[in-house]
Design a protein around this ligand. Structure first.
Ligand code: MN
Length: 239
């Protein structure tokens, strides 16, 4: 279930069905190899749900624009910069940790949005979504209750002036923190592992909520994914 940024060739080979005629298979394989040579350095994640699956919390139109225009734009710009500047780093987290300027801006946004879009589950009326297990315990130990954590998280997000991100992050020892970044910033540059992140750029919510989205977004958080990120923190950020 982990979102991974995989080379296009792997995706294409993986998509081949066993029943494919051998002649077709040969052609597809050849095409896949040809594509791999020119494959972009960083692959765009596939959206793990339909564009209307998060509505009414996040509308189809917002997902279409946010994923289809903004995120695609960040990935394309990053790949062009990496190609033009001959950058060899292919680990997105390390690239964010070691770059600056426009490379950092686009790498940070690609990383942040990959974490963001992977953490939602389709909306269903009456659905509640709360953390469980070890993550729930540490949230309650750190913030008294899940409700108190939510209030602190919303407060932190609402304090961001301009564009940015609000995160629930962990260190390798499992200590949680709510952290804020402006623009394309990410907790990975402070050595932390982001496990939940909400986009505070207006393009993420303005069409739907103007400025109440932080209160609504809890309805679609997939806490199984956030909890797994917490349990697997020793491995760093897994995309
Ligand atoms: Mn965004």
């Amino acid at each position: 279930m982990h979102m991974q940024i995989r080379p296009l060739a792997l995706l294409l080979v993986g998509a081949l069905s066993l029943g494919t005629l051998s002649a077709q298979k040969k052609t597809t394989k050849k095409e896949a190899v040809g594509e791999a040579k020119e494959a972009p350095a960083f692959q765009l994640m596939a959206l793990p749900y339909a564009t209307d699956a998060l509505a009414p919390v996040i509308s189809k139109r917002t997902v279409e624009l946010h994923y289809g225009k903004h995120l695609v734009g960040y990935a394309n710009k990053l790949n062009k910069l990496v190609r033009d500047q001959g950058i060899k780093e292919r680990d997105l987290v390390r690239l964010v940790q070691t770059s600056s300027g426009t490379v950092f801006d686009n790498a940070g946004q690609l990383l942040n949005h990959t974490i963001y879009f992977a953490q939602f589950k389709p909306y269903a009326a009456g659905m509640t979504s709360e953390p469980t297990g070890a993550l729930r315990e540490v949230i309650e130990r750190s913030y008294k209750s899940f409700a108190d954590f939510q209030a602190a998280f919303e407060k932190a997000g609402n304090e961001i002036f301009g564009s940015g991100w609000v995160w629930l992050a962990t260190d390798k020892d499992g200590r949680l923190s709510i952290s804020k970044n402006t623009n394309a910033g990410s907790p990975v540059t402070s050595g932390l592992i982001p496990i939940l992140g909400i986009d505070i750029w207006e393009h993420a919510y303005y069409l739907d909520y103007e400025n109440r989205h932080l209160h609504e977004v809890w309805k679609i958080i997939d806490w199984d994914i956030v909890g797994r990120r917490y349990m697997e923190r020793a491995e760093g950020v897994k995309l």
